[in-house]
Every structure is written in structure tokens, then in C-alpha cells.
Design a protein. Sequence first.
Lengths: 246, 466
Amino acid sequence: MKVALFVPCYIDQFYPQVGVATLQLLEKLGVTAHFPAQQTCCGQPLANSGCEHDALPIYKHFVETFRDYDYVVAPSGSCVYHVRKHFDKLDQTADVQHVRGSAYDLIDFISTVLKVEALPGAFPHKVGLHLSCHGQRGLHQANESEMTPVRDGQLRRLLASLDGIELTNLNRNDECCGFGGTFCVSEAAISARMGQDRVADHVLNGTQVLTGSDMSCLMHLEGIVRRARLPIKVMHAAEILNGLTA
Amino acid sequence: MNHATRADKFLLDADRTTWHDETLWFVREKRDRAVYAVPEFQELRELASGIKDHTLSRLDLYLREFEAAAQANGVHVHWAADAAEHNAIILDIIRQQGATRIVKSKSMLTEECHLNPYLIKHGIEVVDTDLGERIIQFREEAPSHIVLPAIHLKKEDVGETFHIHLGTEKGESDPQRLTEAARQHLRAKFLAGQVAISGVNFAVAETGGVVVCTNEGNADLGVNLAAVHIACMGIEKIIPRLTDLGVFTRLLARSATGQPVTTYTSHFTKPLPGREMHIVIVDNGRTQQLGRPDFRASLKCIRCGACMNTCPVYRRSGGHSYDFTVPGPIGAILSPNIDMKKHSSLPFASTLCGSCTDVCPVKIDIHTQLYKWRQVLGEANEIPASKKWSMKFMGRVLASTRVYGLGGQFARRALRLLPHSLTHAKSMNAWAVARELPEAPRQSFREWYAKQPQPVSSPPQPKVPA
């Protein structure tokens, strides 16, 4: 199984430790992922801004970078969702179809491809799980409150398998955090307010460590937590599952 | 003024924003409970979506079937290409009656056509009889929600309005007393009404009848007291058969307010002897939308408002921030069809979280259409120039490994070296108004990776191009 690691641009630049944790976690699960150095970005920031046309060279670069792998794994459901859903703008060559089909969010890859449902280790903290919309509603990695009252999902199960962990019961289990890519600056006031409301739900219900599988939402929420100097630590799920202590 | 600017104003009152958000979230939760209680709800959505797709695919045939059936029932059928024709037809009917007093029940179409100001300009008194509509009519405001038109107002606001217009005691905010005052006021209007105008929720092609769903019974009272009933409908309100109706009535109220069914589901098929019934069928841009393959499905909308109640942006920016008759996510995909320039910011007033799509009872792919409108607007140069050029620049950077790597190094170094007051200057950095920037690490992941011993399994060899 040839697995490539895709480290989205903002993780590469600002959260290298998340890339490292992803690589190491995969290694522990018996998968040696390779990081093709020519990779850059999936092009989503441009496309979500209405500039899909300008993103096409990025899409092509992405396909060329990853076409020779069986799987492309990224610690960010949003980027994966973009590749799967919106690379339909490219001519659907065999390479394009292959890359779209082989792109996986890390947690999805662990659950669906590796079929791992539990991990060893302990994390004795109260953990608030932030469900990212693109992973949840886009890639169907978790149940949606629009459909069912049952709170279940891939990451929830993996986290719950750790010893000593307690998951926060949020008032609103899956409301959007308000990051939204360029939305976070073009509609900055609403974006911030949405993030503040999400964080307040975690504070109210006792979250000590806020986690999720999409670093973009977490970057936004971390920015709010740090501005308000709240006693909440923000960690990507890969770091927790890789055995990092809080 | 764009959506963000109007939203900023709404958000200035933080407590009121909290109240607005929580009020609509309460409705969303009520909807959830109603949905969970129906095991076949997702199948109903699928069915409703299929019926609407089918109907839109042969809309011309069903509209003519509907017209013929309605005429056979003794109903006058009128066709209006746009809002101006719609308004002129209605004024004409009113004048033929020599009427001056109109009672109107809820109709988003007449809002869309700006019928009220048109009739008032021509000396006609028009009274909205839905309580929420009457409140905003007094205040000369537009509805902020399609099902809950006065949801932006608190009971104290209503008390103030009724004090001015209905003479209730100053400071009165008891909902029961305020509603009673409105009831007494409206009763006189109902009794004096000469022509009743209503909207249409569903028009059944096979029977030629129209169905109106209300909770207050005001449509029934108005129509049954007045000599003439005018029902106004967009061309997309058609469903093929009466047996299809149950699918939609089961979905509509559950999605809208979490009720199993609206209090009144009224069928209007033919006029009583000596009375008149008119149906005005309006296009007003719908045919154009039908001709846009990516956006056609927006015409499946049954106006339940669920996408507004669930939308985290709508709940925190209010309906007026959209400045369009239909606000919220569905309004953001309908409005650019009407005026792309004026409404160019609306498809961007979303995080594309997709909750709207998941609550939509007729499965409109709302968030996908928002994304697609963004592309249409980008191509049409209807996005801010600063955004367009920064995206073009970003496109160049991200298509090249080398430029991207250097750019990243430069940005991180700048973030580390420049003072916090500069990197977080609110005037230059919208992110920093309420958020800290991530701490810039000394090395990127790729820099770290390059220093590691090569992985045990060697990377795959590139394919030889054919």
C-alpha cells in the first residue's frame, strides 16, 4: 500500500507538529507514509472565494503530485472534501479520478481503510470534540443532528477508546465554528461571533482539551481561546491519538 | 452596502444577537424533535424532491393542466410575466369590483412584487392579516423571515408598535394582551374586507385547486368574508396530483416550526355562487432560473424557512442583513438570479457548512449552489477587486513548490519578528479583531521532514508517461 501524506499549506506552515503526529500515528498503525515534497495546497481558498478558474493550476499540480499513490491522507477533512467534490472541474482523466477517489481524511483512513476502531493509550482529560462540517456533513464521518439524535462518529469512537478520557456533552453538538475559509476575514464579525459561541459551549460544559480532525476550524477556535485567555488547550486529534499528553 | 456591513450593524448589539440566535435555534431544535419522531422522514424528503424534480421537468404541461382544471371550476386564471404585470392584474380586478378595502394573508410572492406599496399608491387600503406581517406593516419594515416575519422583534418592540398604532397601554408587553388587541383590530378589517388576497403553498394540477397553509386561520377568514378571492402563486408552486400533497404537508410544518401539520390546511377550489375567485400565476424570473442547470433545483423550495433557522450566519445577522425578500441560504441562491450585482455578497454570506442542505425538506443542494454562484460571480467580476487579485496572486504561489516554500518562510519570519501590535493591527488584519494568529514555528513541516532519515519503504517510482 503506497500512502502519501498531504500536509495542507496552513498546517505545513503553522502547525508542523500536526503533520509530524499524523506521520507517526500512521507509522504506529503499520503504514509508512511518504511526503512528496512538491506538494502545496488543494486550491480550496481560491475556489471558495469564487476564483475556481485561478485554482485549476493548483488542482493539476495536486493531481500530478499524488497520482502514483494508492492513498492520499491528510489531517484535514475540508481539503479532502474539496479534492473529492470540486476537482470535478478538471478533465476527468484516469489520474484525476484516481486521486479524487484515493484522498482520505486521516480519521476516515484509520476507520474505513485500516478498519481500526480502538487505539491503545490514555488521555485522562475532559475532551470537547469539534465536528468539522466538511468532515461530518461532507464526508459523512459523523452523524448529523439534522438527521438523528444519536451522537456517533469515527473520531468520537477512536477518542472514546482511550483510557481515562471523558468527552464533553455539548449543548450544540455540531454547529459550525464559523471559520469558513476566506469567510473568516470577509465576514469577520460573524465568523468571530460564531467561534466565540462555539468556545462558550465548551467552556460551559467543562472542556479542558478541545480537539477535532480539521486543523482549520481548530486554528480559528484556538485564536479565540488565546485571545480570551481561556484555560482550554487546543490539539489536533492526531496529536492525542499519537499519544501526546496535554 | 454588502451583507458583511449590514451584519456588523446587527452584531453591535451582542445581547440581542444572542437572543435572536437562541430564539431561532429553539425552532431548529423543535424541528429536530418532530423529524426524529417520523422514522420515514428521510424517505419523505427523497419523495418530495423527486416529485418536485419531475414537476419542474414538465412544468409547462402541468401549468396548462392546472389552468384548464381551474377554469373548469369557474376560476379566472391570469398569467403575469413579472412583478409589474402581477400588480397591474390585481389592481385591475380590485377596480372592477369598485373595492378599496383589501385583506391579505401571508404571501411572500406579493412581498417579492412589492404589491402593498403599489396598491396604497393607487388609493387602496391593504391590511396584512397575519399577526407578524401586521406588526411589520405598522413599522413599515420588510419581513426578516419567510415564516416568522417579525422574528427580529421582541415583545417589548411589539408593545411599543401597538401603543403607537393600536393605542395599547404604554409599556404593555404581555403577549396575550397584545395579541388580543391585534385580534380586535383585525376583526374589524376582516368584516370590512371587499377583496381577499392570499398566497398559495401548493397548486394541484389535476384539480385546479390551491392549498394555503396557515396557523392563524386568517386566510380562511379573509377569503370567506370577502366577495372576491385573489390567490397569487409563482409558477413553481405546482404539484401534479392531490395524492402528492400529503408528502409535502407532512414535511412543511415539521421543517418550518416543528409542528406535525399547520393548524389550517385550506383547499380553495371553486368560488361560492355569486362570488369570484382569481388565480394569478407569476413568472418574475423563475423561468430564467429554470434555465440555469446548476440553480434550477432552487425552484423546488416550499418556503418552510428551515434553512434560515439552522443557518449559523442567518441566526447571527438577522433577515434584514440579506436585503432581499427571501433571506437566509435559500435567498442567497435565489437573489443573484434577480439582480447579480445588487446581491453579489449573499452567496459569500455562508461558511458552506451544509446544514441548510441537510434540513431542506425537498433536498435542494443549497450549499453547493452557494459555491457555484460564487464561481459565476467571480467570472462576472462581481467580487471585490482586492479579493480577486489576491486570489490570482495566491494561485501563482500555490501552483509552484518553490515560490510557496519561500513565501511561507518569509511570512513565518515576519510573524515572529514583527511586533504583535503590528501583526494584530485591527485596521489591517480582520482576523485579529477577535482572534490571535497562530504562533509561527521556526520550521515548517516540510523543512522538518527534509531533515529526517528517509522512510523505510521507498517512495513509488513515477510512472513513465505514455
